[in-house]
Design a protein around this ligand. Structure first.
Ligand SMILES: [Zn+2]
Length: 740
């Protein structure tokens, strides 16, 4: 496959005002010096130190880590401080799960220490296995297996005539964000929810288990938040405002993002007796996991008792914020972040991303001593409280919302790293920029550029009919951002252009959010020599220097227009597919197809006919995209023409400020319907998928949730936002064309 990459397109050459400035004529550029100066050994040392003890929100080592990070930023010449918030962070006081009939079994709910892994025995400092922001509860009920617990899984249950009313559902991890599982279960009347890690997904079905291999051992369980973050992330008690000491707070009982039913994660060792107790029909093949039992839906005689109680405490957050002041445009900020808190020791999540970010900061400090002075102000942020609910980033972004919307030109996020391919998602106006960065970064194992590897993989993964398009496109296409990390408040609440970067895709592991995600594990099974840690530091550092020093900010709107067109096409196809499917099913119902194929001994419920969705008129969006495309192309041409001039900072400053605010034109002040915190009309986490991105979420979810009467208004909102963006780009082009 790699040999085929010789056929790939030659690098895209651009003439623009954004080329990285040379340090001195004849010497390497500052970003080239950064790439040279980053060292894997420093990344290894900081990850080893920061992962030495559990460091979740509110723990002593979380605070110690924040202070250690602060001291290093200061040592490297940054102006740094800790900004603190107070947030609701529940921790368990009681966890009980037992099978009460037909046999008795009490779940262990413990991850044992592994002798070879020296930090796995820090029992007194570890959070037990639990799901944060589950409510307290004491429930008993029949068990029902619901596969991944997505809305479509309940449609299958309905065909089998199985209800979860009054039941405790058993869902497996995967396919949707974990917080969606209890949300959908509660909507269907369940009284409790258990989420287990099936060995087929990340246990022995996928490879040798830890400590012999990297996959999840039988008693390993995945901690994690189950807050309803598609409504709003951050402190549940202070929606929309910073959780400062004097903030107005909701009462805990009124917080809408806590779960409606008690929820707990369990291991597959604990899940097996529960699953084995289920009777009822055998599940369809795609519902079967990897345990040596027959997977059935339930309910049966199996009844479970789940009792959970939490201590509902306010806990302090320690965000470390460090600044290097810009020399030419101090009021324009390039913001870079990665969280520092973990569920337990967190060598992989988040330290494999934080270690490289700290190495960037060290080298940026070095370069400054060597005479470099960034034109824009650089702000590095080590967030606290990402794991429970994007707490540190959200509260900081809410506190500084006005300043950020005026001053931030971009936000660059990372959150963990591994071996393999560059992964980048984010604002499509930054797509060309990150492609240019990727063309200058060398993959440490193949010596190809990371751009070439990423593009080769995109070709390999494309559908046959799309391969030619992928080859022909000058830029490798980046994905859109849903949620799942600290970029969310910046992009989706404030409209700050954002990117998320990481390397990965070569190794899989089953220790996510367990006590085994630690230094021993990372150095045995993941980026063991931190070579890709160094590559991430080179990538992040190069991006930061170029954003900080570009005369004209490197945004390319033709990429945005081109990508938005694909969203429009996808939505039109989605409506057509829905119409075809429902019409066909209605016909099958009317013709008696379901009745005729039903097994009289095991009859399923015949579905009811549904109204065929109306056709929707997408012309307003399509027309706005045409206008946006014309304006985008005109602006990109204006930039290219302006590259031959060298205007003074006084002329460029206001143009750059305008470019930085272009993403805000895509926001709607009133926010999305039912979740006004999310204001971006192009991207949001799915209401029923969690982190998976929904592009043009208002329109898409109206279609997916069969609320067709709402769709025309949503189409109009998107169309207007695209027009606002188009005229914004037009005004930028006019400013650039007026440069003498
Ligand atoms: Zn993380």
């Amino acid at each position: 496959m790699l040999r085929r990459s010789a056929l790939l397109r030659a690098s895209f050459v651009c003439a623009c005002l954004t080329a990285a400035p040379a340090a001195q004529s004849g010497s390497p550029s500052w970003d080239a010096r950064l790439r040279d100066a980053t060292e894997a050994s420093n990344i290894r040392a900081s990850i080893e130190r920061l992962s030495a003890h559990p460091h979740h929100v509110g723990s002593p080592y979380d605070k110690a880590n924040a202070e250690w990070i602060l001291a290093h930023f200061k040592e490297w010449g940054w102006d740094a401080e800790i900004e603190s918030f107070s947030v609701l962070f529940p921790t368990p006081t009681e966890r009980l799960l037992e099978l009460v009939s037909p046999t008795r079994f009490t779940a262990k709910l413990e991850e044992p220490a592994v002798p070879a892994d020296s930090t796995s025995d820090q029992k007194s400092e570890q959070l037990p296995t639990y799901n944060a922001y589950s409510i307290d509860g004491d429930v008993t009920g029949p068990l029902v297996y619901v596969n991944y617990g997505r809305p479509e899984d309940y449609e299958v249950l309905e065909r089998y005539g199985i209800s979860v009313k009054g039941a405790i559902v058993l869902a497996r991890y995967g396919e949707s964000w974990r917080g969606i599982k209890p949300k959908v279960a509660a909507e269907h009347g369940a009284v409790g929810c258990l989420i287990y890690s099936d060995p087929k997904d990340d246990g022995f079905g996928a490879g040798e288990v830890f400590p012999r291999g990297p996959m999840r051992p039988p008693d390993g369980a995945q901690r994690g938040s189950v807050m309803d973050m598609p409504v709003y992330p951050g402190d549940p008690l202070t929606p929309g405002v910073g959780a400062t000491a004097d903030a107005k707070r909701l009462a805990v009982k009124d917080a809408p993002t806590l779960t409606k039913i008690p929820v707990m994660p369990i291991s597959y060792e604990d899940a097996q007796p529960l699953l084995a107790s289920l009777t009822g029909p055998v599940v369809p093949p795609e519902w079967r996991g990897g345990l040596p039992i027959t997977y059935r839906f339930g309910p049966g005689e199996g009844r479970a008792h789940l009792k959970l109680a939490f201590s509902w405490d306010q806990k302090p957050l320690y965000d470390v914020i460090a600044r290097l002041r810009g020399s030419t445009y101090p009021d324009q900020w390039v913001v870079r972040g990665n969280h520092h808190d973990a569920w337990v020791n967190g060598a992989e999540d988040p330290l494999s991303g934080l270690g490289p970010m700290l190495e960037e900061a060290r080298v940026l400090g070095e370069l400054r001593k060597q005479g470099w002075s960034p034109k824009r102000t650089i702000v590095y942020c080590a967030w606290d409280g990402e794991e429970p609910a994007l707490l540190g980033s959200t509260e900081w972004a809410e506190t500084h919302a006005t300043e950020l919307q005026q001053h931030a030109v971009a936000y660059l996020n990372s959150d963990g790293n591994g071996r393999g391919f560059l992964q980048a998602e984010g604002s499509h106006a930054l797509e060309h920029f990150i492609n240019d960065v990727a063309r200058d970064i060398t993959d440490p194992e193949t010596q190809l550029t990371v751009w070439k590897r990423a593009q080769a993989r995109a070709i390999d993964r494309a559908k046959p009919e799309d391969k030619e398009k992928v080859r022909a496109r000058a830029d490798w296409r980046i994905g859109a951002l849903g949620s799942g990390s600290d970029y969310t408040p910046f992009l989706q609440h404030l409209g700050i252009p954002s990117l998320n970067i990481a390397y990965g895709g070569e190794d899989s592991s089953g220790i996510y959010h367990s006590i085994y995600d630690d230094f021993y594990f990372y150095t045995h099974f993941l980026d063991t020599d931190f070579a890709y840690g160094r590559t991430l530091a080179q990538t992040g550092g190069t991006a930061v220097i170029r954003l900080a020093d570009a005369d004209l900010l490197p945004f390319r709107y033709a990429n945005l227009a081109d990508t938005v067109r694909t969203y429009d096409e996808e939505l039109q196809q989605l409506v057509k597919k829905k119409r075809d499917e429902i019409a066909e099913r209605n016909r099958a119902i009317a013709d008696g197809v379901f009745a005729a194929i039903n097994d009289p001994r095991r009859p399923k419920v015949v579905p009811k006919p549904e109204p065929v969705p109306p056709t929707l008129d997408f012309t307003p969006i399509s027309r706005s995209i045409e206008v946006l495309t014309r304006r985008a192309v005109a602006l990109d041409e204006a930039r290219a023409a302006a590259a031959k001039k060298s205007p003074p900072a006084a002329v460029l400053g206001p143009i750059n400020a305008k470019i930085a605010q272009s993403e805000q034109q895509l926001l709607e002040a009133a926010g999305l319907v039912h979740r006004e915190w999310f204001k971006h009309l192009l991207y949001a986490p799915g209401f029923y998928t969690g982190y998976g991105v929904k592009t043009m979420p208002g329109v898409r979810e109206a279609i997916e949730q069969a609320q067709y009467q709402a769709a025309p208004a949503e189409i109009a909102r998107v169309s207007k936002a695209l027009e606002r963006e188009a005229s914004w780009l037009d005004s930028i082009a006019k400013m650039i064309n007026a440069i003498k």
